[in-house]
Design a binder for this molecule. Structure first.
Ligand code: NI
Length: 168
């Protein structure tokens, strides 16, 4: 397994819309495992393929305390949303920024696993927020898009400055 490079906002590749996975082969499984390792390595609770520059609808999630309940969501889709919940979100592609975002409190979703088998499930709380956040990534959307333009501009300037300093 290997650690993949995570793109940071405002990298334009984060704005790409990801294509459905059609082939459930060894290559896909290896990629999904690498994504999981990358997510654990960065102490994240979710990672979308878009964030490592691959425009495919692959998401890995683990919201457990023990970091031992990985979930692979391939071609995930939200079927129903209910309620509203405002919680503080962060993102591995927008490092060190945490802002309040409003999401559905409960969702019903379907997704395929690494073998292509379809599962349909309900989620609430942190898992529901995480799934909504990661599916947004697959559609080229970031959690900071829910903030005001002014706030987003400030975040962009801060991250661009940090990227310049890192290169210097
Ligand atoms: Ni994210």
């Amino acid at each position: 397994m290997s650690i993949l490079e995570i793109l940071h906002y405002p990298d334009p590749r984060l704005r790409k819309s990801a294509k459905p996975v059609e082939k459930f082969d060894a290559q896909l499984r290896e990629f999904a495992d690498n994504m999981l390792e990358t997510m654990y390595h960065s102490s994240g609770i979710g990672l979308a393929a878009t964030q490592v520059g691959v425009a495919k609808r692959v998401v890995v999630i683990d919201v457990s305390e023990e970091r031992d309940q990985p979930q692979f969501l391939i071609n995930p889709e939200i079927l129903a949303r209910e309620g509203e919940e405002i919680s503080e979100e962060g993102c591995l592609s927008v490092p060190a920024i945490y802002e309040k975002v409003s999401r559905a409190e409960r969702i019903r979703f379907k997704a395929q696993d690494k073998n292509g088998d379809m599962v349909e499930m309900d989620a609430e709380g942190l898992l529901a927020v995480c799934i909504q956040h990661e599916i947004d990534h697959l559609d080229g959307k970031l959690f900071i898009d829910y903030l005001s333009g002014l706030k987003r501009q400030r975040i962009r300037k801060k991250l661009e400055k940090e990227a310049r300093l890192a290169q210097a």
